[in-house]
Design a protein around this ligand. Structure first.
Ligand code: C2E
Ligand code: MG
Ligand code: MG
Length: 441
């Protein structure tokens, strides 16, 4: 409890008050903070509340410990200035109660006391007080400490909020990972059954001679319509099929189906015998024994010639075991099949090996076209030219890109602007139409 001997020195107060007139007039949010002053010394109360209200704070007062606890619990303030000696419960106990109540435990408590004893201060900190201000007050010091602790509290709240948001995001991500794992797990058996259940389909994207807009061939693109998951991208299920050891069966189905469709188209349009069917091939397929025999059988069954078939292999497929792959490619080449490096420019091809591979074309990765990295596109076209092979641009989406590619003397291309991947029947109609007319300019 304060007695008159411990009241703040009025002279000191007045000099401090006059100093406070020059103190910046805060208008930011911080000044709207609410402060509970717990003290029973009238002069101190009057001074503190005047001072803090002047700075824009909302000030509430409690004259004893029980009132302070009730007030803080009913409407938690942003900060409490707590006198050590007050009627009924002393400041330390009040602080203890505040800290043990979840509703008030986070409120910063600043002790105010006329006793300048280190043991008192230690006790103040041990019960959870953040600061200790001695009477008589120095106005600027009180304001600075109040403001600092409010700012720290506000930063702490921001951090807590950010931590909460991160926790929520983390929970969402964990949920998504779990869901994906579940999908992934159920995709395993589903993928095994997909071919038998006729869930796989091929679409065909025309490849054009850019200068004349005549069709040179088609790329077979695999589509999986899963009854529950909908369209599953080949970018997701091809790697899965590779790890599950299903790629050989899937790849065989693609080769058989695409050659069958090609055979049908050529029967309807025999004068389109020069067209090629480009098929994407995974490294495990060419490594499998009997691959060459499979190709010979399929070509024979569908009455198409090897030159109608073009295999697209990525740089990583070529580079897994370059010497061995080169040997297999030579065998395929000897059959008369054409070979293309897909997504060229994104992998790690060794130019020395590239030169040795019996390659017919480089397919410039669509990222270079979409990002309009024409210097790279030009360099690939020139390199292909120097190697005596062709270059195909993929991912042509705008007339400007088409125009630019023509100006760079890129001979062939494909992309949504020219034609999106088509179902077999639509592709066959396009062949008939394109042989008699051009379809884009
Ligand atoms: P890719 O061989 O590079 O095939 C070209 C991809 O580009 C296709 O995606 C095609 O739909 C898409 N595309 C075509 N034109 C445009 C365009 O203008 N803009 C954009 N943004 N994209 C275009 P898709 O069908 O999703 O195939 C993705 C990849 O999946 C293929 O890339 C290929 O690596 C692989 N893939 C597809 N079918 C097979 C397959 O039968 N066997 C194997 N092993 N891989 C396949
Ligand atoms: Mg491809
Ligand atoms: Mg590609």
């Amino acid at each position: 409890m304060s007695d008159s001997t411990y009241l703040a020195n009025p002279l000191n107060l007045h000099s401090s008050m006059s100093a406070s007139l020059d103190y910046p007039d805060y208008t930011d949010e911080q000044n709207k903070a609410s402060i509970l002053i717990v003290d029973d010394a009238p002069n101190d109360l009057e001074l503190l509340s005047l001072l803090l209200r002047r700075q824009g704070y909302e000030v509430r007062i409690a004259l004893n410990g029980s009132d302070a606890l009730a007030e803080a619990a009913a409407d938690p303030p942003d900060l409490i200035l707590l006198a050590v000696y007050i009627p009924d419960i002393d400041g330390y106990q009040v602080c203890n109660h505040l800290k043990s109540n979840a509703r008030t435990s986070e409120i910063p408590v600043l002790f105010i006391s006329e006793i300048d004893d280190p043991l008192d201060k230690i006790e103040a900190f041990s019960v959870g007080g953040l600061d200790y201000i001695n009477k008589p007050f120095q106005v600027l010091e009180v304001l600075a400490r109040v403001e600092t602790h409010l700012r720290l509290r506000s930063l702490q709240l921001q951090l807590q909020e950010q931590a909460r948001i991160l926790e929520n995001q983390n929970r969402d991500l964990q949920r998504q990972i779990l869901a994906l794992r579940r999908v992934d797990k159920s995709l395993h058996p589903a993928l095994r059954a997909a071919i038998a259940n006729h869930e796989m389909q091929l679409k065909y994207q025309p490849i054009f001679e850019l200068e004349t807009s005549r069709i040179r061939g088609f790329e077979a693109l695999l589509r999986w319509h899963h009854p529950d998951f909908g369209e599953v991208s080949p970018l997701d299920f091809i790697p899965l099929a590779e790890t599950m050891g299903l790629i050989e069966a899937l790849g065989e189905w693609v080769i058989c189906q695409s050659c069958q469709d090609m055979g049908n188209w050529l029967q309807q349009a025999p004068h389109a015998a020069h067209l090629t069917m480009s098929v994407n091939i995974s490294s495990r397929q060419i490594n499998g024994s009997g691959f060459a025999q499979l190709i010979e059988r399929v070509l024979h069954d569908n009455q198409i010639v090897p030159a109608n078939l073009n295999f697209e292999l990525t740089e990583s497929t070529l580079m897994t075991d370059p010497d061995y792959v080169c040997e297999i490619l030579r065998k395929l080449k000897n059959l008369g099949i054409q070979l293309c490096v897909d997504d060229f420019g994104t992998g790690y091809s060794s130019l020395k090996h590239l030169h040795n591979f019996p390659i017919d074309t480089l397919k410039i990765d669509r990222s270079f076209v979409s990002q309009e990295e024409w210097a790279v596109v030009n360099a690939i076209i020139m390199m292909a030219d120097a190697l005596g092979i062709g270059a195909i641009a993929e991912g042509i989406e705008t007339p400007a890109q088409l125009h630019k590619l023509k100006s760079l003397a890129c001979k062939q291309g494909q992309g949504f602007y020219l034609t999106e991947p088509l179902e077999a029947i639509a592709a066959s109609k396009l062949i008939l139409k394109n042989l008699s007319s051009t379809i884009y300019t």
